[in-house]
Design a protein around this ligand. Structure first.
Ligand code: PLP
Length: 411
C-alpha cells in the first residue's frame, strides 16, 4: 500500500493562486467554444521588441548557451547597475546587485535568505498574493495591513507605525501596485520613510516592477532615492517582464546590501542556479537599448485604462478609482452585493459577482478576495482596445439585468 501524499508544513494549505484557477476555468470554457474574454492575467499583450529578440538570437549563435556566473554574468550586472544609476539615481557596487528568474525569484530568494520562523513581514493589502505565500513558505508571518480605497489603497504612516512589532523584519511596498494600480509619489513615501528611520530593525523591500507603466503627470520615484540613509536595509526589486513585455523570458534583478545579496545567491544556487544565459543577453539589450517605445506603450495603456474606468463608472453599483499606473483597475462592486440575478440567485460577495460575470457575460475578472480586499474586482486591461470595449459592453449589459436592492456606493 502506498502512503498518500502529505504536503510539508511549509506548504501548509497553500494552493495555486485564485487568479490562475480563474484563468484556467475561463480557458476551459473557451476551449468548449464559449466566446470568453479573459481580463485576468497580468501580462502585457505587446510582443517583445525586435532588438531584444535579435540579441537573444545572436547570443545563441555565438554559443552563449552555458552556465553563467551564479546570480548574473558580469555584463548583466553592469547593465543592472547602469539602469539603477541612470533611471533611479541609485549607485550599487557589483556585489550589491543580483539577477534571477524573475522578480518573483528575487522576492523568494530574499525571504528565504532573511526570515527565521515567526519573523513578521508587513504587507499593505490589497496586494499581489504571492507576497503572502512566499513569506509563509519561508517560515515568516505575513501581517496584512488594510489599505482601503478611501486612502487611495496606500499605506499610511499611522497604519505602518501600528503594525510594527519587535518581530517585524520587513515592510514590503509595491508601486505602482498590483492589483490596484495605485502608486506612491514622493509625498506618500516620505512619511513612511520617516517611520522606518525610527525603527532601524525594519528592512524595506520595494517592488518596482511596474515602474515604466505610469500615467498622466505621475512621477515615478523609488524610496531609496528619497532616503539614501536606508541603503543598508533596503532591497530594490525590478525586472524586465512588464516594461519590455518579457514575461516568458524570466529575468528579475535587485539591488541591496552585499550581505543580503550574497545570501540570496546561496538560495538561488540550490534552486535554479543562474538565470538563462540567452535571457541575460536579451535583458542586457532591453536595459541598455532604446527606451522610446515605452512612451508609446504607456500611451496605449492609458487609452485602455480610460476605456475601462469610464465604462465601469457608468455602471450603477460599480465605482472605479483611476489608477496612477500598472495595467489594472480595482473597482468596488459593493453596490452589486445583494442584487438578484435573472436566474434568481442573490450575489453575496465579489467572488459570486465575478463567477456570475463569467457565466453570464463570458468575461473573466478576478475578485478582490484573491488580493485581500472585498468587495472589489480586478480587471487587467493589458489587452486590445477592441476586446476591452466588447468586454465592458458585456459587463454593462449583464449588470443591467440585475434587480435591486438599490445600494449607494460609499467609501
Ligand atoms: N511583482 C508584482 C507586483 C507582480 O505583479 C508580478 C507579476 O505579476 C511580479 C512581481 C513578478 O514578476 P516576474 O515576471 O519578474 O517574476
Amino acid at each position: 500500500m502506498t502512503a498518500s501524499f502529505r504536503p510539508a508544513r511549509r506548504i501548509g494549505d497553500l494552493g495555486v493562486s485564485e487568479i490562475l484557477a480563474i484563468t484556467a476555468r475561463a480557458g476551459a470554457l473557451k476551449r468548449e467554444g464559449r466566446p470568453i474574454i479573459i481580463l485576468g492575467t497580468g501580462e502585457p499583450d505587446f510582443d517583445t521588441p525586435d532588438h531584444i529578440k535579435t540579441a537573444a538570437i545572436a547570443a545563441i549563435r555565438k554559443g552563449e548557451t552555458k552556465y553563467t556566473n551564479l546570480d548574473g554574468s558580469p555584463e548583466m550586472k553592469r547593465a543592472i547597475r547602469d539602469k539603477f544609476a541612470r533611471e533611479n539615481g541609485l549607485t550599487f557596487a557589483q556585489n550589491e546587485v543580483t539577477a534571477g528568474a524573475g522578480a518573483k525569484q528575487m522576492l523568494y530568494n530574499a525571504m528565504m535568505a532573511s526570515l527565521n520562523d515567526g519573523d513578521e513581514v508587513i504587507i499593505p493589502t490589497p496586494c499581489w498574493t504571492s507576497y503572502f505565500d512566499i513569506v509563509q513558505i519561508a517560515g515568516g508571518v505575513p501581517v496584512a495591513v488594510p489599505c482601503p480605497g478611501a486612502d487611495g489603497f496606500r499605506l499610511t504612516a499611522r497604519a505602518l507605525e501600528a503594525a510594527i512589532t519587535p518581530r517585524t523584519k520587513w515592510l514590503m511596498l509595491n508601486s505602482p501596485s498590483n492589483p490596484t494600480g495605485a502608486a506612491y509619489g514622493a509625498e506618500h513615501y516620505r512619511p513612511l520613510l520617516e517611520v522606518l528611520r525610527r525603527h532601524p530593525h525594519v528592512w524595506l523591500m520595494v517592488d518596482d516592477i511596474y515602474e515604466h507603466i505610469v500615467y498622466d503627470d505621475f512621477r515615478f520615484v523609488t524610496p531609496l532615492a528619497l532616503d539614501p540613509s536606508l541603503k543598508d536595509r533596503c532591497l530594490t526589486i525590478n525586472g524586465v517582464s512588464k516594461a519590455y513585455a518579457m514575461t516568458g523570458w524570466r529575468l528579475g534583478y535587485a539591488g541591496g546590501p552585499a550581505a543580503l545579496i550574497a545570501g540570496m545567491a546561496v538560495v538561488q544556487s540550490q534552486a535554479t542556479s543562474c538565470p538563462s544565459s540567452v535571457t541575460q543577453a536579451a535583458s542586457i539589450a532591453a536595459l541598455d537599448g532604446p527606451q522610446e517605445f515605452l512612451r508609446e506603450r504607456r500611451a496605449s495603456f492609458a487609452r485602455r485604462c480610460d476605456i475601462v474606468v469610464d465604462a465601469l463608472n457608468a455602471i450603477d453599483g460599480i465605482h472605479c478609482r483611476r489608477p496612477e499606473g500598472a495595467f489594472y483597475t480595482f473597482a468596488s462592486c459593493e453596490g452589486m452585493i445583494g442584487r438578484v440575478t435573472p436566474e434568481g440567485a442573490t450575489l453575496t460577495s465579489d467572488r459570486d459577482f465575478c463567477a456570475w460575470l463569467l457565466d453570464r457575460a463570458d468575461v473573466a475578472v478576478v475578485p478582490g478576495s484573491a488580493f485581500g480586499l472585498s468587495p472589489y474586482f480586478r480587471i487587467s486591461y493589458a489587452t486590445s482596445e477592441a476586446e476591452l470595449t466588447e468586454a465592458l459592453a458585456r459587463i454593462t449589459r449583464a449588470c443591467a439585468t440585475l434587480r435591486g436592492p438599490d445600494r449607494i456606493y460609499s467609501e
